[in-house]
Design a binder for this molecule. Structure first.
Ligand code: ADP
Ligand code: MG
Ligand code: MG
Length: 213
């Protein structure tokens, strides 16, 4: 039903592995959104159609004040478009870098928001599996929003795929054992530390050292 002709495209706001993200305005309503554009050729190259399908199905089914809304999606010959809630203040990561670390009060607010959002996801049997500061966004009022469900799964049973970012990997993932929703809770602890100290607790020059720690 939707097509690119329904939107005025604005500035470039972010780049990820598969997508470029632009500010956009729906012409009829004037509603401002973020449009994530994914090239089908890239999906072919990395064989990640199933990941994108999951990202869409899972995020579309979630509705929580601290989870970034996916309003709609559509595609044309070459591209897939995700119509996302716009998080005007951008990545929590950049904000953390600019302040070096957060006050206890601010850290507590983010941890509470993240914990609430994860509890909601886990209740729906959704595991995000890629919680890290780049995938946590802030809206115009500074509210935390979990974004990027590209690694998420919806399942009741234990999983085996190793994924996520090394500093935030739970031990059971590092050891390639089966894992469940508890891997998100591990990253909540890592982030709590990082919010207060500015760096994640197991960070090292060499990835191997991080694995060992
Ligand atoms: P990828 O799956 O390729 O990592 P993301 O969904 O994480 O893509 O988006 C890449 C970057 O674009 C994010 O880290 C963020 O900086 C920016 N971004 C994505 N979605 C939004 C949004 N809804 N509002 C504001 N910025 C966004
Ligand atoms: Mg991302
Ligand atoms: Mg992704």
């Amino acid at each position: 039903e939707w097509s690119i002709a329904d939107f005025d495209i604005g500035k470039f706001i972010g780049e990820g592995k598969f997508g470029k993200v632009y500010l956009a305005r729906e012409k009829k309503s004037g509603y401002v959104v973020a449009l994530k554009v994914i090239f089908k050729a890239k999906l072919d190259k990395y064989r990640s159609h199933s990941h994108l399908r999951r990202e869409i199905e899972i995020q579309h089914g979630l509705n929580h004040p601290n989870v970034l809304r996916l309003f709609a999606w559509f595609h044309d010959e070459t591209r897939v478009f995700l119509v996302l809630e716009f998080a005007a203040r951008g990545e929590l990561y950049k904000f953390l870098k600019s302040l070096h670390h957060f006050s206890e009060k601010r850290a507590a607010t983010y941890v509470a928001s993240l914990a609430g959002a994860l509890a909601y996801c886990h209740e729906k049997h959704v595991i995000h599996r890629d919680i890290k500061p780049e995938n946590l966004l802030l809206d115009i009022e500074g509210r935390l929003k979990i974004a990027d469900f590209g690694w998420a799964v919806q399942s009741n049973t234990k999983r085996h795929t190793m994924c996520g970012t090394i500093d935030y990997l739970a031990p059971e993932m590092v050891e390639k054992k089966e894992h469940d929703y508890a891997v998100d809770n591990w990253t909540l602890g890592i982030l709590c530390y990082e919010f207060l100290y500015g760096v994640p607790p197991f960070e090292a020059e060499d990835e191997y050292v991080t694995f060992r720690r």
